[in-house]
Design a protein around this ligand. Structure first.
Ligand SMILES: [Zn+2]
Ligand SMILES: [Zn+2]
Length: 543
């Protein structure tokens, strides 16, 4: 009798959260997210997902998928998994709605079952219960996974918000009840495990937002994560008090808004929302725009308005903008440039550095300690975080846990066995993540990525020639996006090389191309500090 836990993503690197839980007869997945890569070395990669084909090769029988909440790092990979196999899914209604939206234009009908809090779902010899937690999206939950070898608590993402903007509170009593029954293993969110104290509640920010909005003379733009409908709900109330109508700008906000409306989440507050066209007729001091782009993303509504590239809308010096967000590591510079441009235009820019206008959705240490106190697990394993967060979480837990509580530090690629005699770890080969270009939603292979990188950093070298000796004079070389001091010197050296190769070469064009590429690369070395993409055209055919 044993249960195996295998983290596939999100343990050692942020995002692409996914884990396998397997008993002798049943296999389930918890979450199937994507990972955003703020990584300039991978141009055009919008996100990464778990390689579904590899996952299904290693775990050929996956019986069900349980989703903790609707953030992209937990559900965003589904469009890349379900076409391989339409696995039945169980989740709370808001998350279910967001998943359905992902497949509106797909022939695939996801097999999605809406679960209820504290009503266990049986899948083979595994039983899963959804326990309500507070987070930065509605209907987030932890999962209690009962297996023949023991009871596992998967925290999902959570914080302890005593005043949530919905009737979906952190279910302390449920956690305590499960604690009384006995939790053998707790997997716990590490995102803010480096931070002491309690994470502020979103409620505590309202005063600050209101202070900024009440003194604004013109329009107010409020940018935040589009999935944060609990925050949007508070803003709608605030807009009512400040006599402003609310306009949503940006596709992902509208998507979340429609899921929130469908599930009745926003209630009567939805009346304050006006369309973009209606907003153009209203005086500036009666408008509150909620926009995407809280990370300064170049394609977001906020960045496009700044570039005057959003349906004729542009910022003016009487506008105020509130950035209710914290830059994801790697985005700081992008954000700083954006806010500088706004300030240069005379706008009032308020970020979390000026005034507390943002709070995280993840538990700080006191909240993690609270969950430990409620559930008293026999063993704890930190999950959800970069290795740094996992390590800090692990070290802090080491101080905190009693000697009879076990503690393990693992990463994607490890596996944990829960057995009657306790826990055991084993190594495993990690499953790779696939890079996805969001425009195509297709995985990119390594040669495509290499070509993009070469072109982006060094440009493109084009060589066109005819392999009949009499037309060798017509060799044409063009450089795109390349600058070099001695261009003429390079061109004549390369031409000479090509003529030499052509004279000795009687092989098929592919051989000729290989030799010319080689010659181009070695000739470049003396003239140019970079590795451009080299393309050859032989007899009008591109290689
Ligand atoms: Zn989340
Ligand atoms: Zn997450």
């Amino acid at each position: 009798m044993k249960t195996r836990f295998v983290p596939i993503g999100g343990v050692g690197e942020f995002g692409a959260n996914c884990a396998v839980i397997q008993t002798e007869t049943t296999t389930i997945l918890v979450d199937y997210g994507l990972m955003f890569p703020p990584d300039a070395r991978k141009p055009g990669v919008d996100y990464y997902v778990v390689d579904a084909a590899a996952l299904l090769r290693e775990f050929p029988t996956i019986d069900a998928l349980f989703l903790t909440h609707g953030h992209e790092d937990h559900i965003g990979g589904l469009p890349h998994l379900l076409p391989h196999r339409n696995i039945p899914m169980y989740t709370l209604p808001y998350t279910a709605r967001l998943i359905k939206q992902k497949f509106l234009e797909s022939p695939l009908r996801p097999l999605i079952h809406e679960a209820e809090l504290n009503k266990p779902i049986t899948c083979g010899d595994i039983k899963v219960s959804f326990i309500g937690v507070t987070h930065s999206i509605q209907h987030a939950c932890s999962l209690v996974i009962e297996t023949p070898a023991g009871r596992i608590l998967h925290s999902g993402d959570f914080k302890l918000d005593p005043l949530p903007e919905d009737n979906h509170p952190f279910q302390s009593e449920e956690f305590q009840t499960w604690g009384d029954l006995g939790i053998d293993l707790l997997f716990m969110d590490s995102t803010n495990a480096t931070k002491a104290g309690f994470c502020p509640s979103d409620y505590s920010l309202v005063e600050n937002w209101e202070q900024v909005i009440s003194r604004a003379k013109g329009r107010v733009f409020f940018t935040t994560f589009s999935s944060h409908m609990p925050r949007v709900k508070r803003l709608l109330e605030l807009a009512g008090r400040q006599n402003r109508k609310v306009v949503f700008l940006g596709r992902s906000l509208k998507r979340h808004f429609s899921a929130a409306t469908d599930t009745g989440y926003l209630g009567a507050q939805g009346n304050r929302i006006v369309s973009f066209d209606e907003s153009l007729k209203l005086p500036h001091n009666q408008l509150l725009y909620i926009t995407t782009g809280s990370q300064g993303e170049p394609r977001s509504a906020t960045a496009r308005i700044l570039r005057k590239d959003y349906h004729g809308l542009s910022f003016t010096s009487s506008d105020t903008i509130i950035f209710a967000s914290k830059p994801i590591p790697g985005n700081e510079r992008q954000m700083a440039l954006l806010t500088s441009d706004m300030e240069r235009q005379g706008m009032e820019v308020v970020t979390d550095r000026d005034l507390p206008v943002h709070a995280s959705g993840h538990a700080y240490r006191e909240e993690l300690a609270y969950l430990l106190m409620l559930t008293r697990p026999k063993a704890v394993i930190p999950i959800h975080g970069e290795f740094h967060h996992l390590l800090k979480h692990y070290r802090w837990l080491k101080e905190l846990l009693t000697p009879d509580q076990d503690l393990f530090l693992i990463e994607d690629g490890d596996q944990v066995f829960l057995e009657p005699q306790g826990l055991r770890l084993e190594d495993r080969k990690p499953i790779e993540l696939l890079p996805i270009d969001g425009n195509q939603e297709l995985p990119l292979d390594t040669s495509t990525l290499r070509d993009r990188k070469d072109m982006m950093y060094s440009g493109l070298l084009l060589i066109s020639l005819w392999d009949q000796p009499e037309s060798s004079a017509s060799t044409d070389i063009k450089m795109h996006g390349m600058v070099m001091a001695d261009e003429q010197g390079f061109l004549s050296r390369l031409r000479a090389e090509i003529t030499r190769i052509q004279r000795t070469q009687s092989e098929p064009p592919t051989q000729l191309v290989r030799q010319i590429r080689q010659a181009a690369k070695s000739t470049l070395r003396g003239f140019f500090n970079g590795k451009p993409l080299v393309k050859c055209i032989v007899n009008g055919q591109i290689y």
